[in-house]
Design a binder for this molecule. Structure first.
Ligand code: UD1
Ligand code: CA
Length: 485
């Protein structure tokens, strides 16, 4: 049922696709006070619009989804390019009704259109499906998805028709918050901004919309009255969960929805067998995967496409972005890791910084204040303290002493350091790339290595130590008598 297949129907001699989805995304988002278009603001690590597109893509194929864009249209188009959806330009943003006027041509090949809002991002595909089924079952010209949230303030209110003192499925009118009169504000049923329309009656009557309202815009909501008056059926369907249709108009609402999505994500992970302590303090993006019996401590951020295996422990204050982490990995507190691989049984931190392209081998250790970039650290190798390892290929069982630095950059180009299996690099060595340390070699502490070191050799590259007996005592004496004089 949820297969996004394109079923076409035969009507009036021409074949039409049954359903298109239009997503209203042209508005400026004035209430966010942002330079960026509203629909590109993010919750749970993804733009509002891509949350809506993800839900829509479960119902119809991407090429039947039309995002109506206008404000900063090019930015929005660029951000959604890879999704395969289509775009309709609404040059001036004169209201939600005007947005659908702009889509008239694009929708001609369809019998019906489901309208979603780019700023109502929590909508479930199942609910869109319910709107579609209800719309078809009622043979309606317009179906409105409604809800009864705890606080209806700010939303348009839906007034149903009554029959024998009972409210029916049919809608009389939708009234925007600003236009509410007398006691209309007591109505709790709100318009979610999600609709289904039969395309033919929509475009036969859409030009009857007027801008005769407090904001001087064409309201799509007025189609309820317009279609009703011309004898078309307009029905309302209540959402089972009002949380799904919450809109984002302000930064406060953005934060609230972000929190809701992240709470949902941690709940799903915990149900599937991940331990998360103080989940309300953790930020885990929706696409993250974590295995069973992994423990996530408080105040951890796991971002983007990160995958974490089983039996790991991620200690507090770590920020992990787009990483692949194997089983039984320990990440100690305060590590920053990005676009990196950490293999089974490795230990990272505290305070390690894995920059993009780091690959930490099985059972390897990266310790405090160690920074790696485009560096492969082989199985069981250790870099435990205060090092920079960039553009390096490091073999197995290597010991990188405290304070080792790969000098990978000559001011213009980056060069590679190769450290073969079993090498011991003494503390505070600088390895000036390009350079190779042969298998089993030994580097004396404090060396500056500029030339290849043969396998199993000892390399020492430092000035010889000179002791000058009694020099310090003499110096102090001199300084004291100079001060008296
Ligand atoms: C709208 C509804 C309101 C409903 C609420 C639900 C209208 C008139 N009101 O109000 O009844 O309760 O959504 O969230 O429709 N947009 C365009 N082009 C425009 C104007 C807006 O594409 O010219 C887009 C916006 O980018 C946004 C969506 O339409 O994604 C809704 O617009 P917005 O201004 O947020 O409407 P609300 O005031 O929230
Ligand atoms: Ca809105």
């Amino acid at each position: 049922m949820m297969n996004p297949k394109s079923d076409s129907v035969h009507s009036a001699g021409q074949t039409k696709f049954e359903f298109a989805i239009a997503i209203l995304a042209a508005g400026k988002g004035t209430r966010l006070k942002s330079r960026r278009p509203k629909v590109l603001h993010q919750i749970a690590g993804k733009t509002l619009l891509s949350h809506v597109v993800a839900a829509a893509s479960r119902i119809v194929p991407a090429e039947h989804i039309f995002a109506i864009i206008g404000h900063e249209a090019e930015l929005v188009r660029e951000a959604l390019q890879s999704s395969g959806i289509q775009f309709v330009l609404q040059r001036e943003q004169r209201g939600t009704g005007h947005a659908l006027m702009a889509a008239r041509e694009a929708l001609q090949g369809f019998s019906h259109v489901l309208v979603l809002s780019g700023d109502v991002p929590l909508i479930h595909p199942e609910t869109i499906q319910r709107v579609r089924d209800f719309h078809i079952a009622n043979q309606a010209a317009m179906t409105v998805l409604t809800a009864e949230p705890a606080d209806p303030t700010g939303y348009g209110r839906v007034f149903r028709k009554f029959k024998n003192d009972e409210s029916t499925d049919e809608v009389d009118r939708i009234v925007e918050q600003k236009a509410l009169r007398n006691n209309e504000g007591e109505e709790r049923e709100i318009n979610s901004g999600i609709y289904a329309f039969a395309v033919a009656p929509l475009y036969t009557h859409i030009d009857q919309l007027t801008t005769d309202n407090p904001t001087g815009e064409f309201y799509l909501t007025d189609m309820a009255g317009v279609l009703g008056k011309s004898g078309n059926k307009v029905v309302a369907l209540r959402a089972e969960d009002s949380n799904e249709v919450l809109g984002v108009n302000t930064r406060m609402e953005l934060a609230e929805l972000d929190a809701k999505l992240r709470a949902k994500k941690t709940r799903e992970l915990m149900i599937a067998g991940t331990t998360i302590f103080r989940p309300e303090t953790c930020d885990i993006d929706s696409d993250v995967e974590i295995g069973t019996d992994t423990v996530i401590e408080p105040f951890v951020q796991i971002i983007g496409q990160t995958k974490i295996g089983s039996d790991c422990r991620i200690r507090s204050y770590s920020v992990i972005t787009n990483c692949e982490i194997g089983d039984k990995v320990l990440v100690r507190p305060s590590c920053i890791m990005e676009n990196s691989i950490v293999r089974e049984g490795a230990q990272i931190g505290p305070y390690s910084h894995l920059r993009p392209g780091s690959d930490v081998g099985e059972g390897a250790h990266v310790g405090n204040f160690v920074e790696t970039k485009k560096t492969k650290l082989g199985r069981g190798s250790k870099a435990n303290h205060l090092s920079y390892l960039g553009d390096a290929v490091i073999g197995e069982g290597v010991n990188i002493g405290a304070g080792t630095i790969t000098c990978n950059y000559d001011g213009v180009n980056k060069h590679e350091t190769v450290i073969e299996d079993g090498v011991f690099v003494g503390s505070d060595s600088t390895l000036v790339a390009p350079v190779r340390l042969g298998k089993g070699a030994y580097i004396g502490a404090g060396s500056c290595i500029t030339d290849e070191v043969p396998a199993d050799a000892l390399a020492i590259g430092r000035g010889r130590q000179v002791n000058k007996p009694n020099w310090a005592a003499e110096k102090r004496k001199q300084l004291k008598s100079a001060k008296k004089a």
